[in-house]
Design a protein around this ligand. Structure first.
Ligand SMILES: Cc1ncc(COP(=O)(O)O)c(C=O)c1O
Length: 373
């Protein structure tokens, strides 16, 4: 049987155009971008072109983009950088539905005397700007709220939240690892001061990402060295991957709408197919404010491990809850959303991508009918 990949939120393949753009920088163009000879200069030029491409996708100036190793590093740079700059006894606001790449740095800085408020989300995974307003204190040093949730795809009302933050003069960071390249994600529209993105979520390689830092905002660097990335992230650049990230941004922009619509239709086809087959399925997350590719579905009456078994190892999906024997370890996101236990234990995340076809969706439904009913 040919394998079916429906786990694009975990990682995507490298797009052929991205690989093609990278190849010269894995072979003939190998200079150190900091060198002043032509071997270095051609690499430096490629990095700066990639920076412009990333900036064009997220709507900022090239000088506001800093390359990192990915979303985890970008998030850590902001959280630890702000904590370090602001000193002890300060306060950070985040949400209960964040990725561990935000929650863990929050826990880390709590150990160094910071207070962190974890705001709730509603049943659809959305935050209430009113809750944010109430949580802001005079000593609040940062608000960090993800743009789109990796498990359920709910998109937060970031533009509303940043208005609340700006009115109180509090810097705002968003982890946009799951939204950049999937939906329109422009820093000027969102009104954020810092934005995290990760290449491997939208057809660039793993281990490359970027942090947008609004001009005029300052962060102390986490690493110290020879001053690369204007001192923000020293270390010889991951040249080929940076070029790949730029190419992936170029590719993603024009595809946002068409791929979004196509993947939304495929997701609806999956839901309808499952319903027609007699499954009692519930879509987790917001019905409208959501990523078009992310379909976190609860199967009433089944548990996740049984569904994963029915799908087998060659259909790649992600468990919405981990089951060990009879014990179900619930996802913190579904818990934060207040999904009832009987639905939580049968949750599966299907995340679709550019290579997903109708035939694959139909095949998945067929297999579930065959192996689960
Ligand atoms: C929302 C979000 N933030 C951060 C990350 C971490 O990304 P990386 O492992 O590339 O650092 C992920 C990856 O799943 C994510 O979905």
């Amino acid at each position: 049987m040919t394998r079916i990949y429906l786990d694009y939120n975990a990682s995507t393949p490298i797009a052929p155009q991205v690989l093609e753009a990278m190849m010269p920088f894995l072979t003939s163009k190998f200079g150190n971008p900091s060198s002043s000879h032509s071997f270095g200069v051609e690499c430096r030029e490629a990095i700066e072109q990639a920076r412009e491409r990333v900036a064009a996708l997220v709507g900022c100036a090239a000088g506001e983009i800093f390359f990192t190793s990915g979303a985890t590093e970008s998030n850590n740079m902001v959280l630890k950088g702000i904590a370090k700059a602001a000193g002890k006894g300060k306060h950070i606001i985040t949400s209960r539905a964040e990725h561990p790449a935000v929650l863990e740095p929050c826990k880390h800085i709590e150990r160094f005397g910071y207070t962190v408020t974890y705001l709730p989300v509603d049943r659809s995974g959305r935050m209430d700007p009113g809750d944010l307003e109430k949580a802001i204190r005079p000593e609040t040093a940062l608000i960090t709220i993800m743009h789109a949730n990796n498990e359920v795809g709910t998109i937060q009302p970031i533009a509303e939240l940043t208005k609340v933050a700006a009115a109180r003069g509090v810097p705002f960071h968003t982890d946009a690892a799951q939204s950049v390249g999937k939906v329109m994600c422009r820093v000027d529209v969102l009104g954020v001061d810092f934005l995290t993105l990760a290449g491997h979520k939208f057809y660039a390689p793993k281990g490359i990402g970027a942090l947008y830092i609004r001009q005029g905002k300052h962060l102390p660097p986490m690493l110290h060295g020879a001053g690369h990335e204007r001192g923000m992230r020293p270390g010889t650049e991951n040249l080929a991957s940076i070029v790949g990230l730029g190419a992936a941004c170029d590719l993603a922009g024009p595809l946002l709408e068409s791929e979004g619509n196509r993947q939304r239709q495929l997701g609806n086809r999956l839901m309808e197919g499952l319903k027609t087959a007699g499954f009692k399925v519930h879509l987790n997350g917001h019905p409208k404010e959501r990523l078009p590719n992310t379909w976190n579905i609860s199967f009433e009456g089944y548990n996740t491990s049984r569904i994963m078994e029915a799908l087998g190892k060659d259909i790649a999906v992600s468990a919405g809850a981990a089951c060990h024997g009879d014990k179900v370890t619930a996802s913190h996101v579904l818990v934060a959303m207040g999904v009832p236990p009987e639905l939580m234990k049968g949750a599966i995340r299907f995340s679709l991508g550019r290579e997903t076809t109708e035939a694959e969706i139909d095949r998945v439904v067929e297999i579930l009918v065959k192996n689960l009913h």
